[in-house]
Design a protein around this ligand. Structure first.
Ligand SMILES: [Mn+2]
Length: 460
Protein backbone atom coordinates (compact mmCIF):
# COMPACT_ATOMS: atom_id res chain seq x y z
CA UNK A 1 0.00 0.00 0.00
CA UNK A 2 1.16 3.54 -0.81
CA UNK A 3 1.35 5.94 2.12
CA UNK A 4 2.04 9.66 1.70
CA UNK A 5 4.04 10.87 4.68
CA UNK A 6 4.13 14.62 5.32
CA UNK A 7 5.78 16.11 8.35
CA UNK A 8 6.59 19.34 10.17
CA UNK A 9 4.38 21.63 8.12
CA UNK A 10 4.70 24.51 10.62
CA UNK A 11 1.73 26.50 9.30
CA UNK A 12 1.90 30.00 10.81
CA UNK A 13 1.56 33.59 9.55
CA UNK A 14 5.33 33.95 9.01
CA UNK A 15 5.76 30.63 7.27
CA UNK A 16 2.49 30.39 5.42
CA UNK A 17 3.99 31.09 1.98
CA UNK A 18 6.69 28.47 2.26
CA UNK A 19 4.62 25.84 4.10
CA UNK A 20 1.62 26.15 1.81
CA UNK A 21 3.51 26.21 -1.49
CA UNK A 22 5.27 23.01 -0.50
CA UNK A 23 2.27 21.26 1.10
CA UNK A 24 -0.02 22.03 -1.85
CA UNK A 25 2.59 20.60 -4.19
CA UNK A 26 3.10 17.51 -2.01
CA UNK A 27 -0.58 16.70 -1.46
CA UNK A 28 -1.36 17.18 -5.14
CA UNK A 29 1.55 14.90 -6.06
CA UNK A 30 0.44 12.25 -3.55
CA UNK A 31 -3.11 12.29 -4.95
CA UNK A 32 -1.81 12.03 -8.53
CA UNK A 33 0.40 9.09 -7.61
CA UNK A 34 -2.46 7.22 -6.01
CA UNK A 35 -1.45 7.21 -2.34
CA UNK A 36 -3.94 5.13 -0.34
CA UNK A 37 -3.59 6.99 2.96
CA UNK A 38 -1.91 10.19 4.20
CA UNK A 39 0.00 10.67 7.45
CA UNK A 40 1.07 13.99 8.95
CA UNK A 41 3.64 13.09 11.62
CA UNK A 42 3.40 16.15 13.84
CA UNK A 43 4.00 19.92 13.94
CA UNK A 44 1.24 20.77 11.49
CA UNK A 45 1.26 24.25 13.00
CA UNK A 46 4.18 26.30 14.25
CA UNK A 47 2.50 27.75 17.32
CA UNK A 48 -0.89 28.50 18.80
CA UNK A 49 -3.10 29.93 16.04
CA UNK A 50 -6.30 31.94 16.34
CA UNK A 51 -9.39 30.59 14.62
CA UNK A 52 -9.42 33.58 12.26
CA UNK A 53 -5.76 33.14 11.32
CA UNK A 54 -5.35 32.71 7.54
CA UNK A 55 -2.71 30.07 8.31
CA UNK A 56 -5.19 27.88 10.22
CA UNK A 57 -7.93 28.31 7.63
CA UNK A 58 -5.52 27.47 4.82
CA UNK A 59 -4.30 24.34 6.57
CA UNK A 60 -7.90 23.28 7.30
CA UNK A 61 -8.71 23.69 3.59
CA UNK A 62 -5.69 21.57 2.56
CA UNK A 63 -6.56 18.77 5.00
CA UNK A 64 -10.17 18.87 3.86
CA UNK A 65 -9.12 18.56 0.22
CA UNK A 66 -6.67 15.76 1.02
CA UNK A 67 -9.42 13.87 2.87
CA UNK A 68 -11.56 14.09 -0.25
CA UNK A 69 -9.01 11.79 -1.89
CA UNK A 70 -7.71 9.61 0.93
CA UNK A 71 -8.01 9.01 4.69
CA UNK A 72 -5.68 11.13 6.82
CA UNK A 73 -3.93 10.45 10.13
CA UNK A 74 -2.62 13.50 12.01
CA UNK A 75 -0.23 12.88 14.91
CA UNK A 76 0.29 15.22 17.86
CA UNK A 77 3.70 16.90 17.60
CA UNK A 78 5.74 19.12 19.89
CA UNK A 79 3.44 20.95 22.33
CA UNK A 80 5.02 24.35 21.75
CA UNK A 81 4.34 24.03 18.03
CA UNK A 82 1.01 22.29 18.31
CA UNK A 83 -0.62 23.02 21.66
CA UNK A 84 -2.61 19.98 22.83
CA UNK A 85 -6.12 20.18 21.41
CA UNK A 86 -5.07 22.02 18.25
CA UNK A 87 -5.60 18.94 16.11
CA UNK A 88 -9.08 18.16 17.41
CA UNK A 89 -10.64 20.62 14.99
CA UNK A 90 -9.07 18.75 12.05
CA UNK A 91 -11.07 15.66 12.96
CA UNK A 92 -14.01 17.67 11.57
CA UNK A 93 -12.25 18.33 8.24
CA UNK A 94 -12.91 14.85 6.88
CA UNK A 95 -15.07 14.60 3.81
CA UNK A 96 -15.26 11.48 1.65
CA UNK A 97 -12.65 9.99 4.00
CA UNK A 98 -12.05 10.51 7.70
CA UNK A 99 -9.30 12.38 9.50
CA UNK A 100 -8.00 10.41 12.48
CA UNK A 101 -6.27 12.38 15.24
CA UNK A 102 -3.58 10.41 17.07
CA UNK A 103 -3.08 12.36 20.28
CA UNK A 104 -2.42 9.49 22.67
CA UNK A 105 -0.34 6.32 22.59
CA UNK A 106 -2.50 3.80 20.77
CA UNK A 107 -2.87 1.44 17.85
CA UNK A 108 -5.36 2.05 15.09
CA UNK A 109 -6.46 -0.27 12.31
CA UNK A 110 -7.64 0.99 8.94
CA UNK A 111 -10.27 -1.34 7.53
CA UNK A 112 -13.13 -0.84 5.09
CA UNK A 113 -12.47 2.89 4.95
CA UNK A 114 -12.76 3.26 8.73
CA UNK A 115 -10.37 3.69 11.64
CA UNK A 116 -10.65 1.28 14.59
CA UNK A 117 -8.61 2.50 17.57
CA UNK A 118 -7.39 0.50 20.55
CA UNK A 119 -8.82 1.50 23.92
CA UNK A 120 -5.43 1.17 25.61
CA UNK A 121 -1.87 1.64 24.28
CA UNK A 122 -2.09 -1.62 22.28
CA UNK A 123 -4.97 -3.79 21.07
CA UNK A 124 -6.10 -6.15 23.81
CA UNK A 125 -6.97 -9.76 22.96
CA UNK A 126 -10.61 -9.03 22.34
CA UNK A 127 -9.86 -6.02 20.13
CA UNK A 128 -7.15 -7.91 18.29
CA UNK A 129 -9.59 -10.68 17.44
CA UNK A 130 -11.99 -8.09 16.01
CA UNK A 131 -9.18 -6.44 14.03
CA UNK A 132 -8.01 -9.75 12.58
CA UNK A 133 -11.57 -10.55 11.65
CA UNK A 134 -11.98 -7.42 9.51
CA UNK A 135 -8.58 -7.88 7.73
CA UNK A 136 -7.44 -4.24 7.83
CA UNK A 137 -5.27 -2.80 5.05
CA UNK A 138 -2.83 -1.61 7.69
CA UNK A 139 -2.44 -1.19 11.44
CA UNK A 140 -0.74 1.93 12.75
CA UNK A 141 1.12 2.08 16.06
CA UNK A 142 0.92 5.74 17.10
CA UNK A 143 3.40 7.28 19.51
CA UNK A 144 2.68 11.01 19.64
CA UNK A 145 4.83 13.46 21.61
CA UNK A 146 4.82 12.43 25.24
CA UNK A 147 4.13 15.18 27.74
CA UNK A 148 7.42 15.13 29.67
CA UNK A 149 5.92 17.30 32.39
CA UNK A 150 3.19 14.77 33.10
CA UNK A 151 5.67 11.96 32.85
CA UNK A 152 8.03 13.68 35.29
CA UNK A 153 5.14 14.19 37.69
CA UNK A 154 4.47 10.45 37.71
CA UNK A 155 8.03 9.09 37.92
CA UNK A 156 9.91 12.02 39.48
CA UNK A 157 11.93 14.73 37.75
CA UNK A 158 15.32 13.05 38.17
CA UNK A 159 14.25 9.78 36.63
CA UNK A 160 12.18 11.44 33.90
CA UNK A 161 15.02 12.32 31.53
CA UNK A 162 16.36 8.79 31.14
CA UNK A 163 13.34 6.73 32.21
CA UNK A 164 11.16 8.09 29.43
CA UNK A 165 13.34 6.25 26.93
CA UNK A 166 12.91 3.03 28.94
CA UNK A 167 9.14 3.42 29.16
CA UNK A 168 8.83 4.07 25.43
CA UNK A 169 11.15 1.15 24.67
CA UNK A 170 8.97 -1.12 26.82
CA UNK A 171 5.90 0.07 24.95
CA UNK A 172 7.55 -0.52 21.58
CA UNK A 173 8.40 -4.11 22.57
CA UNK A 174 4.78 -4.66 23.66
CA UNK A 175 3.46 -3.26 20.40
CA UNK A 176 5.98 -5.47 18.58
CA UNK A 177 4.26 -8.58 19.93
CA UNK A 178 0.92 -7.39 18.55
CA UNK A 179 2.50 -6.33 15.27
CA UNK A 180 4.13 -9.76 14.85
CA UNK A 181 0.69 -11.39 15.09
CA UNK A 182 -0.76 -8.91 12.61
CA UNK A 183 2.06 -9.63 10.20
CA UNK A 184 1.44 -13.36 10.47
CA UNK A 185 -2.11 -12.58 9.37
CA UNK A 186 -0.73 -10.75 6.31
CA UNK A 187 -1.44 -7.23 7.56
CA UNK A 188 0.92 -4.31 6.89
CA UNK A 189 2.20 -2.68 10.08
CA UNK A 190 3.21 0.97 10.35
CA UNK A 191 4.61 3.01 13.24
CA UNK A 192 4.18 6.79 13.49
CA UNK A 193 6.00 8.99 15.96
CA UNK A 194 7.32 12.48 16.63
CA UNK A 195 10.60 12.67 18.49
CA UNK A 196 14.37 12.39 18.41
CA UNK A 197 16.19 9.19 17.57
CA UNK A 198 19.59 8.94 19.23
CA UNK A 199 22.28 9.44 16.60
CA UNK A 200 20.07 11.13 14.02
CA UNK A 201 21.29 14.28 12.31
CA UNK A 202 19.51 17.62 12.45
CA UNK A 203 18.94 19.85 9.45
CA UNK A 204 21.94 21.86 10.64
CA UNK A 205 24.22 18.84 10.50
CA UNK A 206 24.34 18.27 14.27
CA UNK A 207 24.33 14.65 15.41
CA UNK A 208 21.92 14.11 18.30
CA UNK A 209 23.88 12.17 20.87
CA UNK A 210 22.96 11.69 24.52
CA UNK A 211 20.62 9.69 26.67
CA UNK A 212 17.70 12.07 27.01
CA UNK A 213 16.29 11.49 23.54
CA UNK A 214 13.10 9.61 22.98
CA UNK A 215 14.26 6.52 21.14
CA UNK A 216 17.14 4.40 20.04
CA UNK A 217 16.98 2.85 16.60
CA UNK A 218 16.88 -0.65 18.07
CA UNK A 219 13.88 0.32 20.24
CA UNK A 220 12.06 1.50 17.12
CA UNK A 221 12.89 -1.69 15.24
CA UNK A 222 11.56 -3.63 18.28
CA UNK A 223 8.07 -2.40 17.33
CA UNK A 224 8.38 -4.80 14.38
CA UNK A 225 6.63 -2.46 11.99
CA UNK A 226 7.43 -2.78 8.31
CA UNK A 227 7.61 1.02 8.18
CA UNK A 228 8.23 3.59 10.91
CA UNK A 229 7.26 7.12 9.91
CA UNK A 230 8.96 9.83 11.97
CA UNK A 231 8.56 13.55 12.43
CA UNK A 232 10.32 16.25 14.47
CA UNK A 233 13.78 16.35 12.90
CA UNK A 234 13.60 18.54 9.81
CA UNK A 235 16.12 16.60 7.77
CA UNK A 236 15.13 13.58 5.70
CA UNK A 237 17.03 10.41 6.71
CA UNK A 238 16.34 6.70 6.93
CA UNK A 239 17.58 3.44 8.44
CA UNK A 240 16.95 -0.05 7.15
CA UNK A 241 17.15 -3.43 8.91
CA UNK A 242 15.96 -6.70 7.43
CA UNK A 243 13.56 -4.98 5.03
CA UNK A 244 12.04 -2.82 7.79
CA UNK A 245 12.54 0.87 7.26
CA UNK A 246 12.55 3.84 9.65
CA UNK A 247 12.58 7.35 8.14
CA UNK A 248 12.17 11.00 8.94
CA UNK A 249 10.35 12.77 6.12
CA UNK A 250 11.96 16.06 7.20
CA UNK A 251 10.07 19.35 7.12
CA UNK A 252 7.85 20.03 4.15
CA UNK A 253 9.67 23.31 3.36
CA UNK A 254 12.84 25.16 4.26
CA UNK A 255 12.13 27.32 7.27
CA UNK A 256 15.61 28.37 8.43
CA UNK A 257 18.84 29.57 6.95
CA UNK A 258 21.56 26.96 6.89
CA UNK A 259 19.27 23.90 6.64
CA UNK A 260 21.01 21.11 4.81
CA UNK A 261 19.52 18.53 2.50
CA UNK A 262 16.53 18.38 0.23
CA UNK A 263 12.96 19.06 1.40
CA UNK A 264 10.02 16.95 0.43
CA UNK A 265 7.49 14.33 1.44
CA UNK A 266 7.93 10.57 1.56
CA UNK A 267 5.92 8.28 -0.65
CA UNK A 268 6.08 4.92 1.12
CA UNK A 269 5.36 1.50 -0.30
CA UNK A 270 4.51 -0.69 2.66
CA UNK A 271 3.63 -4.37 2.66
CA UNK A 272 3.45 -7.10 5.27
CA UNK A 273 7.16 -7.79 5.46
CA UNK A 274 9.01 -4.78 4.12
CA UNK A 275 8.84 -1.14 3.16
CA UNK A 276 10.56 1.39 0.94
CA UNK A 277 10.24 5.15 0.70
CA UNK A 278 10.91 7.73 -1.97
CA UNK A 279 11.65 11.35 -1.10
CA UNK A 280 9.60 13.51 -3.45
CA UNK A 281 11.19 16.98 -3.40
CA UNK A 282 8.90 19.96 -2.80
CA UNK A 283 9.57 23.40 -4.34
CA UNK A 284 11.19 24.59 -1.10
CA UNK A 285 12.81 27.98 -1.26
CA UNK A 286 16.52 28.23 -1.79
CA UNK A 287 18.45 29.86 1.01
CA UNK A 288 22.01 30.99 0.54
CA UNK A 289 24.30 31.87 3.45
CA UNK A 290 27.37 33.97 2.82
CA UNK A 291 29.66 34.36 5.83
CA UNK A 292 32.81 36.46 6.10
CA UNK A 293 35.26 36.23 8.98
CA UNK A 294 36.15 39.87 8.54
CA UNK A 295 34.54 42.72 6.57
CA UNK A 296 32.60 41.60 3.47
CA UNK A 297 34.51 41.20 0.26
CA UNK A 298 32.40 43.30 -2.10
CA UNK A 299 33.75 41.66 -5.26
CA UNK A 300 32.88 38.18 -4.03
CA UNK A 301 29.48 39.44 -2.89
CA UNK A 302 28.81 40.85 -6.35
CA UNK A 303 29.60 37.42 -7.76
CA UNK A 304 27.23 35.72 -5.28
CA UNK A 305 24.57 38.29 -6.12
CA UNK A 306 24.72 37.50 -9.81
CA UNK A 307 24.28 33.77 -9.02
CA UNK A 308 21.70 34.18 -6.26
CA UNK A 309 18.69 34.23 -8.56
CA UNK A 310 15.49 33.97 -6.55
CA UNK A 311 17.10 32.62 -3.38
CA UNK A 312 16.76 34.03 0.10
CA UNK A 313 20.16 35.37 1.03
CA UNK A 314 21.78 35.92 4.37
CA UNK A 315 25.04 37.88 4.52
CA UNK A 316 27.08 37.85 7.73
CA UNK A 317 30.32 39.60 8.46
CA UNK A 318 32.24 40.85 11.43
CA UNK A 319 33.98 44.13 11.76
CA UNK A 320 35.70 46.08 14.53
CA UNK A 321 33.55 48.76 16.08
CA UNK A 322 35.75 51.56 14.82
CA UNK A 323 35.55 50.34 11.23
CA UNK A 324 31.84 49.61 11.16
CA UNK A 325 31.16 52.62 8.97
CA UNK A 326 33.54 51.30 6.32
CA UNK A 327 30.99 48.64 5.26
CA UNK A 328 28.42 49.98 2.81
CA UNK A 329 25.29 48.19 3.96
CA UNK A 330 23.07 49.96 1.45
CA UNK A 331 25.33 48.86 -1.40
CA UNK A 332 25.01 45.23 -0.27
CA UNK A 333 21.24 45.52 -0.06
CA UNK A 334 21.20 47.00 -3.56
CA UNK A 335 23.37 44.17 -4.84
CA UNK A 336 20.76 41.60 -3.77
CA UNK A 337 17.77 43.61 -4.93
CA UNK A 338 16.70 40.74 -7.19
CA UNK A 339 16.88 38.08 -4.49
CA UNK A 340 13.63 36.95 -2.81
CA UNK A 341 14.87 38.41 0.42
CA UNK A 342 18.11 39.50 1.97
CA UNK A 343 18.98 39.37 5.62
CA UNK A 344 22.02 41.35 6.66
CA UNK A 345 23.69 40.43 9.92
CA UNK A 346 26.82 42.36 10.72
CA UNK A 347 28.57 41.41 13.91
CA UNK A 348 30.24 44.42 15.45
CA UNK A 349 33.23 43.49 17.55
CA UNK A 350 33.50 45.91 20.46
CA UNK A 351 36.86 47.62 20.86
CA UNK A 352 38.32 46.45 24.12
CA UNK A 353 41.28 48.53 25.24
CA UNK A 354 43.37 46.23 27.29
CA UNK A 355 44.62 47.67 30.52
CA UNK A 356 48.27 47.13 31.11
CA UNK A 357 48.18 44.14 33.36
CA UNK A 358 49.37 44.46 36.92
CA UNK A 359 49.75 48.25 36.96
CA UNK A 360 46.93 48.75 39.41
CA UNK A 361 48.63 46.39 41.85
CA UNK A 362 51.73 48.58 42.12
CA UNK A 363 51.61 51.11 44.93
CA UNK A 364 54.12 53.82 43.91
CA UNK A 365 54.10 55.92 40.76
CA UNK A 366 57.67 54.77 40.05
CA UNK A 367 56.68 51.14 40.16
CA UNK A 368 53.56 51.78 38.04
CA UNK A 369 55.67 53.54 35.41
CA UNK A 370 58.23 50.74 35.43
CA UNK A 371 55.51 48.13 34.98
CA UNK A 372 53.93 50.14 32.18
CA UNK A 373 57.33 50.39 30.43
CA UNK A 374 57.64 46.61 30.61
CA UNK A 375 54.19 46.04 29.20
CA UNK A 376 54.49 48.73 26.52
CA UNK A 377 58.03 47.66 25.66
CA UNK A 378 59.55 51.07 26.38
CA UNK A 379 63.01 51.60 27.91
CA UNK A 380 62.40 52.21 31.60
CA UNK A 381 65.60 54.01 32.59
CA UNK A 382 65.08 57.31 30.70
CA UNK A 383 61.42 57.41 31.63
CA UNK A 384 62.16 56.89 35.34
CA UNK A 385 64.93 59.50 35.22
CA UNK A 386 62.50 62.05 33.80
CA UNK A 387 59.85 61.13 36.32
CA UNK A 388 62.34 61.83 39.05
CA UNK A 389 63.14 65.19 37.46
CA UNK A 390 59.45 66.06 37.45
CA UNK A 391 59.07 65.09 41.06
CA UNK A 392 62.15 66.96 42.35
CA UNK A 393 62.96 69.89 40.06
CA UNK A 394 60.79 72.87 39.26
CA UNK A 395 59.86 73.70 35.70
CA UNK A 396 62.49 76.40 35.17
CA UNK A 397 65.34 74.24 36.49
CA UNK A 398 64.33 71.37 34.23
CA UNK A 399 64.10 73.66 31.21
CA UNK A 400 67.52 75.15 31.95
CA UNK A 401 69.06 71.69 32.23
CA UNK A 402 67.55 70.64 28.90
CA UNK A 403 68.79 73.82 27.19
CA UNK A 404 72.27 73.31 28.62
CA UNK A 405 72.26 69.75 27.20
CA UNK A 406 71.24 71.07 23.78
CA UNK A 407 74.03 73.65 23.86
CA UNK A 408 76.57 70.85 24.29
CA UNK A 409 75.33 69.07 21.19
CA UNK A 410 77.65 69.74 18.23
CA UNK A 411 76.15 72.04 15.64
CA UNK A 412 74.62 69.89 12.98
CA UNK A 413 74.96 70.47 9.30
CA UNK A 414 71.73 71.52 7.58
CA UNK A 415 71.55 68.14 5.87
CA UNK A 416 71.89 66.27 9.14
CA UNK A 417 69.11 68.39 10.58
CA UNK A 418 66.78 67.39 7.79
CA UNK A 419 67.66 63.74 7.95
CA UNK A 420 67.66 63.29 11.70
CA UNK A 421 67.15 66.34 13.84
CA UNK A 422 68.61 65.40 17.22
CA UNK A 423 65.96 67.23 19.25
CA UNK A 424 63.16 65.52 17.40
CA UNK A 425 64.68 62.09 17.75
CA UNK A 426 63.31 61.72 21.26
CA UNK A 427 59.79 62.81 20.32
CA UNK A 428 57.60 59.80 19.77
CA UNK A 429 55.29 59.85 16.83
CA UNK A 430 51.66 60.68 17.56
CA UNK A 431 50.37 57.16 17.32
CA UNK A 432 53.11 55.58 19.39
CA UNK A 433 51.98 54.63 22.85
CA UNK A 434 55.31 55.44 24.46
CA UNK A 435 55.85 57.91 27.26
CA UNK A 436 56.01 61.53 26.27
CA UNK A 437 59.41 62.52 27.63
CA UNK A 438 59.15 65.05 30.42
CA UNK A 439 61.48 67.32 28.44
CA UNK A 440 58.60 68.00 26.08
CA UNK A 441 56.20 68.72 28.86
CA UNK A 442 58.12 71.15 30.98
CA UNK A 443 55.84 74.06 30.31
CA UNK A 444 53.47 73.32 33.17
CA UNK A 445 53.95 72.78 36.85
CA UNK A 446 55.09 69.35 37.92
CA UNK A 447 51.67 68.40 39.29
CA UNK A 448 50.01 69.22 35.99
CA UNK A 449 52.68 67.28 34.10
CA UNK A 450 51.81 64.18 36.11
CA UNK A 451 48.19 64.25 34.96
CA UNK A 452 48.86 61.78 32.19
CA UNK A 453 49.85 59.20 34.78
CA UNK A 454 46.48 59.29 36.45
CA UNK A 455 43.41 58.80 34.22
CA UNK A 456 42.04 55.39 33.52
CA UNK A 457 45.35 53.97 32.38
CA UNK A 458 45.86 52.55 35.84
CA UNK A 459 42.34 51.55 36.52
CA UNK A 460 41.90 47.93 37.40
MN1 LIG B 1 9.11 20.51 13.63
Amino acid sequence: MKIAHFSDLHYSPDRLDEADRCFVFATHDAIMRGARIAVVSGDSTDHRLDAHSPALITLARRIHRLAASMPVIMLQGTFSHEPPGTLDIFALMGSTNGVFIANRIQQVAFANGRFLASSGPVFNERELAQVLAVQPEAVFTCLPTVNKGQFAASVGALAAATDLGDVLATYLVASGQVNARLREAGIATVGISHGTVVGCETEHGVTMAGLDHEFSLSALFDAQCSAFLLGHIHKYQSWERGGHLIAYAGSIGRFHFGEQGEKGYLLWEVDTHSASAELVPTPARRMVCIDFDGPPDMERLAQFASDAGDAFVRVRWQVDEEHRQSVDRAAIEAMFANAQGVKIEPRILPVVRSRAQGISLETSVDAKLKRWCEVANVGAAPALERLQLLETGDANAIADAVLAQLDQTPVATPLALVVRPPAAAAIPSDDSPSVVPPAQRVSGASGEALDWLEGDLFAA
